[in-house]
Design a protein around this ligand. Structure first.
Ligand code: FNR
Length: 346
């Protein structure tokens, strides 16, 4: 089976919406929000645009006939719900132009959408430009995925020069550039390195949902790297790390988003918007486009309830909404010298 088809099939097979670190975050209840649900405003300013919704369909797929169909369905959901959407890595189409239509289908389906092209961190500047040009992408995602490559039987084994390459891409690409993980999260040190080279948008994409070490290990004959299934920082851990970096940048969250509450918690922890992959893939491939649209619309409606619950009319500054942490997340803050009272007494 084609690798991209395998990835989608395995992500679906392993999908579960069980407990993750978002469950370790609690919002504080206050008695008097003094506002109405009708007053809530879901718009957010991010990258060089204003989104009507603070979540989006994150990078997944393309590169084969089956994934063309999947991208078409995801783009239909994005169009019906006015969501930003990323394709999976365009590298496949740069190597084999006969697969280009599995990516351009997204633009065909959603002509006015804010669409993101996706490439790996080792790709040259001209290839990054070709990736953007392929479907007139509004922004570019550059993924960093060392654990995935190392567990992937046929993956990269040499990661020299990624940072300088990303710097080159940021300096030469006309559209906004987002650097993203693929479900392993980031530390403040990694984020600081990216900020230092001029990166202004970062998706921490943490552990808690799709695990690419698990997926790639399943593709190995002996499955011997099973112990790396839970490798990496969770999304909440990565977000509290990101907030330790003093510079301002567009912080995006993804990894393990199961519902509107996880999105809202991410926004409260400082994210401008949230990417969803595994959950939407699962709904759309198992139940179809209409179910995907219903899920997205339900999440939008629930976000309005959650905003009212915490007395927030808009999403401009949720960083003052108090939250408490427990379990591993609390332990993480302790180990990493992150002052939890910044969150619980704000
Ligand atoms: C992905 N992801 C991904 N990321 C990326 O930057 N480029 C890619 O080509 C892909 N491919 C891909 C395929 C499939 C089938 C899935 C499910 C995911 C990673 C994705 O964008 C995200 O970072 C992680 O999946 C974590 O989010 P979820 O799935 O827990 O919501």
């Amino acid at each position: 089976m084609n690798r991209k088809d395998q990835h989608a099939a395995l992500a679906n097979a392993f999908y579960q919406d069980g407990p993750n670190d978002f469950d370790l975050i609690r919002l504080l209840h206050t008695g008097f929000p003094e506002m109405a649900v009708a007053e809530t405003d879901l718009t957010v300013d991010v990258l060089d645009t204003t989104l009507s919704t603070p979540f989006y369909i994150n990078a997944m797929t393309g590169g084969s006939e089956k994934t063309r169909e999947l991208n078409r369905k995801l783009a239909e959901v994005a169009k019906a719900c006015d969501l930003m959407m990323a394709t999976g890595s365009v590298s496949a189409a740069l190597k084999d132009p006969t697969t280009a239509d599995s990516f351009t289908i997204v633009r065909e389906t959603h002509p006015d959408g804010y669409l993101l092209a996706n490439i790996g961190a080792g790709v040259s500047v001209p290839d990054a430009q070709r990736a953007v040009a392929l479907f007139d992408a509004n922004a570019l995602q550059v993924h960093v995925n060392v654990p995935q490559e190392l567990v992937m039987p046929e993956g990269d084994r040499d990661f020299r020069g990624w940072l300088t390459n990303i710097e080159d891409i940021v300096n030469h690409i006309e559209v906004p550039v987002i650097v993203k993980e693929v479900g392993f999260g980031m530390t403040r040190e990694t984020i600081q390195q990216l900020v230092n080279i001029g990166v202004t948008a970062i998706d921490v994409s943490g552990r808690g949902g799709t695990s690419f070490t698990r997926i790639e290990n399943a593709r190995r004959h002996k499955h011997e790297l099973d112990y790396l299934t839970d490798f990496g920082q969770s999304t909440p851990e990565s977000l509290v790390e990101a907030l330790e970096v003093p510079q301002i940048f567009d912080l995006l969250a993804s990894g393990g988003i199961r519902n509107a509450y996880d999105i809202y918690k991410s926004l409260v922890l400082g994210a401008r918007a949230c990417g969803v992959s595994g959950t939407i893939l699962h709904t759309v491939s198992k139940k179809g486009v209409e179910a995907g649209i219903q899920q997205v619309e339900a999440w939008k409606a629930q976000l309005r309830l959650l905003m009212t619950l915490t007395g927030q009319k808009d999403l401009k500054d949720l960083r003052h909404v108090p939250v408490t942490f427990s379990g591993n997340l609390l332990q993480w803050c302790h180990n990493r010298n992150i002052d939890i009272r910044k969150y619980s007494l704000r």
